[in-house]
Design a binder for this molecule. Structure first.
Ligand SMILES: *[C@@H]1O[C@H](CO)[C@@H](O)[C@H](O)[C@H]1NC(C)=O
Ligand SMILES: *[C@@H]1O[C@H](CO)[C@@H](O)[C@H](O)[C@H]1NC(C)=O
Ligand SMILES: *[C@@H]1O[C@H](CO)[C@@H](O)[C@H](O)[C@H]1NC(C)=O
Ligand SMILES: *[C@@H]1O[C@H](CO)[C@@H](O)[C@H](O)[C@H]1NC(C)=O
Length: 377
């Protein structure tokens, strides 16, 4: 058994190496109870932020490992398809900033490949700010070395948002339009340096038992063993982020939303939709309010699917996908893994991406979707 496994692993590494495909395993942990929904951000460049309270025990966050500098300094990061900048906590952050002190910090004096940049930056996420200055160094992941990555060394991390999170920093997998000016974001740099065969990556997230929560990101290709059937490709609707067009959304025989843009975002846990669609959804599902939550009975087997029509194909979400279990006192309840936003687009976060394998094809400006396989490996 062990030998077969080892053989399989060796084989897959070899074929990956030849085809210039880089694999990053992801691991998942439950988010700290009571923390705000994390990466709901200002993609429309407004200054408005989102505040979504969420207390649940099945709200997962997915991380991967990278290293920065020479010799390597190790970090755990979120690979975020919804933003384009990369940052790590800095060794120079003040003692008073506990959110920074409580994480691994990059020390540029320890790296022979470090080059200063000197510009300052501020990033505003839905749940808090990150402030610091830009630096340049070599980023290592999955056995590859990516030189000249301009990234943020963070001096200030908003306590509320970052103090208790398990990851140290973030790698933005978004497109150049959202990146700091005169910087090349991670994916573009990866493609420009020809470290991968094709300028695309794929995301596989596991979230349902008996699967062990986790997943992987594959740069340069996709893994056919991780999805069923064929990839369904749709064009990117606006070349500024990883977004596509939803034609309409129905629940049972009721339409809850029409034609609208949707962002695919690994950095957001839930599915976010405009208030009107959200209200329609609550009505169709006949949720009731308990302790301020819109809840449903977990055992209700008659709950309908939420059917999202994308490029002529329906992508259903079952109650198992769109509900999360919550314990209130001794009572077990189910809350919607869906939240409203006052924006004119949807955010398809991990709830959707756990059900559907996604391919982010920058070369062909398209997104591929297929039903992800479920199995506990
Ligand atoms: C990430 O790195 C940590 C050590 O820093 C290690 O314990 C963990 O197994 C690694 N995870 C993955 C998925 O590579
Ligand atoms: C949010 O908007 C502000 C103001 O336009 C901008 O400076 C900031 O970079 C944006 N944040 C993100 C994460 O895009
Ligand atoms: C950063 O690295 C330098 C060089 O190794 C070392 O002298 C310094 O103490 C380090 N800084 C901190 C705060 O650990
Ligand atoms: C960056 O911020 C630091 C401290 O906040 C400030 O002293 C410095 O002048 C700023 N540098 C630039 C280039 O704006």
């Amino acid at each position: 058994m062990l030998r077969i496994l080892f053989g399989l692993l060796a084989f897959s590494c070899l074929s990956f190496a030849n085809k210039k495909v880089l694999k990053v395993p992801l691991y998942a942990t439950e988010k700290v109870s009571g923390s705000d929904l994390f990466f709901a951000r200002n993609l429309t460049k407004g200054s408005e932020t989102l505040h979504l309270k969420l207390q649940t025990h099945t709200n997962l966050a997915y991380y991967g490992n990278i290293s920065m500098g020479t010799p390597k300094q190790h970090f755990s990061v979120i690979f975020d398809t919804g933003s384009s900048n990369t940052w790590l906590p800095s060794i120079n952050c003040p003692k008073s900033n506990l959110a920074c002190q409580n994480h691994r910090r990059y020390n540029s004096s320890r790296s022979s490949t470090y080059t200063p940049d000197g510009r300052n930056f501020t990033l505003r996420y839905g749940s808090g700010r990150v402030v610091g200055y830009l630096s340049k160094d070599t980023l290592h992941f999955s056995g590859a070395d990516l030189p000249d990555v301009i990234f943020g060394e963070s001096l200030f991390l908003q306590h509320f948002a970052f103090n208790t999170v398990r990851f140290d920093g973030l790698v933005g997998l978004g497109l150049g339009v959202l990146a700091w000016s005169n910087t090349t974001p991670f994916l573009e740099l990866l493609c420009a340096k020809k470290l991968i065969e094709k300028c695309l990556f794929s995301v596989y997230l596991r979230r349902h038992p008996p699967d062990i929560p986790g997943g992987e990101i594959l740069f340069g290709g996709f893994d056919k063993s991780k999805f069923e059937g064929k990839l369904h490709y749709v064009p990117i609707s606006l070349w500024n982020s990883w977004n596509l067009e939803i034609t309409k959304t129905t629940v049972g025989s009721k339409q809850i939303g029409g034609k609208i843009n949707a962002i695919l975002d690994t950095g957001t846990s839930l599915i976010l939709m405009p208030q009107e669609s959200y209200d329609n959804l609550l009505k169709v599902l006949s949720t009731r309010v308990e302790n301020g939550y819109n809840v449903l009975t977990c055992e209700d087997k008659t709950l309908p699917n939420v059917n999202i029509l994308i490029g002529g194909k329906v992508f259903p979400l079952t109650a198992n996908d769109y509900l999360m279990e919550l314990t209130l006192g001794r009572k077990k309840l189910c809350v919607l893994a869906v939240a409203p936003i006052n924006r004119g687009f949807w955010v398809l976060g991990d709830v959707f991406l756990g059900r559907y394998y996604t391919v982010y094809d920058a070369a062909a400006k398209r997104i591929g979707l297929a039903k992800a396989v479920r199995r506990g490996k």
